[in-house]
Design a protein around this ligand. Structure first.
Ligand SMILES: [Zn+2]
Length: 66
């Protein structure tokens, strides 16, 4: 199913952690925080963005797996 998000909704959404703008990753179905120091990715489930820091994925390469 193709991801569809309301552009109006996107316009008012901001990262709950740092209040930066968000960009949509349609393939990963995530909303990515535009702040490089935050860079959290929020999942989109059934076209509903889950704007919860607890649910978000940290996309920063520096914070790691070691
Ligand atoms: Zn952020």
């Amino acid at each position: 199913m193709a991801l569809e998000l309301d552009p109006t909704l996107l316009g008012i959404l901001a990262c709950p952690a740092c209040h930066s703008n968000l960009s949509v990753d349609y393939e990963a179905k995530e909303l990515i925080c535009a702040s490089q120091s935050c860079a959290l990715a929020y999942p989109i489930r059934e076209n509903i963005p889950i704007m919860l820091v607890d649910e978000a994925r940290d996309t920063r390469p520096s914070r790691g797996f070691n």
